[in-house]
Design a protein around this ligand. Structure first.
Ligand code: AMP
Ligand code: MN
Ligand code: MN
Ligand code: MN
Length: 280
C-alpha cells in the first residue's frame, strides 16, 4: 500500500523547510503520495511538484484555508485544487491581507505588555513576507527567551485570554468550501477533534459542510489521539464523508509525526484518495 501524506507545511506558510527540502525529506521518509497544504497560500506548489517528479512522488496540489464557522476558527484542507483559479486565488489573497492586519494587532497587544518589535520580529521568521501567522510570533518569542518552545509560547501568549491574542474574522466556511470545490478540488475538515464542539454542534458542522459540497474529514493527523482517530473514522462512515490522512508536519523538532510516519487509516473508512487515478 502506498504511503500517503495529505497535510504538511513549507516556508511558504509556517513550516521550517522550503518546498524543495520538504519534498526531499518526504522522499527520504518513504512517502509515495504527498500534498503540500500551506496555510492560505499556494505559492509553494510549483516548486514542490517539480521536486516531487524528480523523486518519483505523486504530488497533489493542496492548501489549508483558515475559515470561520459560528465564531470558531476551522481549518479546511483543499486537495487537488487548481491554484490558478481566480476565486480561490483572490480569496486566499484576501485572507493573507487580513493576516497582516491581525499581525499588527497582535504586535500592538504584545507592545502593551512590554514586548517591543514583535511585528518585525515575527516577519523575520516568516519565509514568505505575504503570509504571517502566530507560529512566526511564537518563534520570535522563543528566540527572545519568553518561553522554552513554540508549544508553551502558544499557551502563555497567543491563545484567547493571553496578552498576545487578537481576535480575527476569517473567511466564512461556505466561501472556503466554494473556493476549493469551484477550483476542482476536494474539501476536507482538518483535525476535527481539535475544535471545541459538543457532539450536537459537531454533527451540525459535518451536515452543513456536506451540504456545501465538502467531502471529507481528517481521521489520522498529528493532533488526534489513536482513540480520536477511531472516533472520527466512525463519524466519517456515519456521515458519508471520506477519510483523509496527513502528518501536519511543520518541521524537524516541531512536529509530532514526521512526513508519512503516522498510523494507517482505520479499515472502516473510505479513503479520500479511493477514486484517484494517480494513486491506483
Ligand atoms: P494562525 O493560523 O496564524 O492562527 O496559526 C495557527 C498555527 O499555529 C497552526 O497551524 C499551528 O501550526 C500553530 N499552533 C496553533 N496552536 C498551537 C499550539 N497550541 N502549539 C503549537 N502550535 C500551535
Ligand atoms: Mn501551522
Ligand atoms: Mn491546521
Ligand atoms: Mn496544518
Amino acid at each position: 500500500m502506498p504511503n500517503i501524506d495529505l497535510h504538511c507545511h513549507s516556508t511558504v506558510s509556517d513550516g521550517l523547510l522550503t518546498p524543495t527540502l520538504l519534498v526531499e525529506r518526504a522522499a527520504a521518509c518513504g512517502v509515495d503520495v504527498l500534498a503540500l497544504t500551506d496555510h492560505d497560500d499556494v505559492a509553494g506548489l510549483e516548486e514542490a511538484r517539480r521536486v516531487a517528479a524528480e523523486k518519483n512522488i505523486t504530488f497533489i496540489n493542496g492548501v489549508e484555508i483558515s475559515a470561520d464557522w459560528r465564531g470558531q476558527t476551522l481549518h479546511i484542507v483543499g486537495l487537488g485544487i487548481d491554484p490558478m483559479h481566480p476565486q480561490l486565488a483572490g480569496g486566499l489573497k484576501s485572507i493573507r491581507d487580513g493576516r497582516t492586519m491581525r499581525a499588527r494587532n497582535i504586535a500592538a497587544q504584545l507592545d502593551k505588555f512590554g514586548i517591543r518589535g514583535s511585528f518585525e520580529g515575527a516577519l523575520a521568521h516568516a519565509g514568505n513576507g505575504r503570509l504571517i501567522g502566530r507560529t512566526h510570533f511564537a518563534r520570535f518569542l522563543v528566540q527572545q527567551g519568553y518561553a522554552k518552545d513554540v508549544r508553551s509560547v502558544f499557551k502563555k501568549y497567543l491563545v484567547k485570554g493571553k496578552p498576545g491574542y487578537a481576535p480575527h474574522q476569517w473567511a466564512p466556511l461556505s466561501d472556503a468550501v466554494n473556493w476549493i470545490c469551484g477550483s476542482g478540488g476536494r474539501a476536507v475538515i482538518a483535525h476535527p477533534a481539535r475544535y471545541k464542539l459538543g457532539r450536537g454542534a459537531l454533527d451540525e458542522l459535518m451536515l452543513e459542510f456536506r451540504a456545501l459540497g465538502g467531502q471529507a474529514i481528517e481521521v489520522v493527523t498529528a493532533s488526534h489521539t489513536l482513540e480520536q482517530s477511531l472516533l472520527f473514522a466512525n463519524h466519517s462512515q456515519r456521515m458519508g464523508l471520506l477519510a483523509s490522512r496527513g502528518s501536519d508536519f511543520h518541521g524537524p523538532g516541531e512536529s509530532y509525526f514526521d512526513l508519512g510516519r503516522m498510523p494507517e487509516l482505520p479499515a472502516n473508512c473510505t479513503p479520500v484518495w479511493h477514486d484517484w487515478k494517480q494513486v491506483m
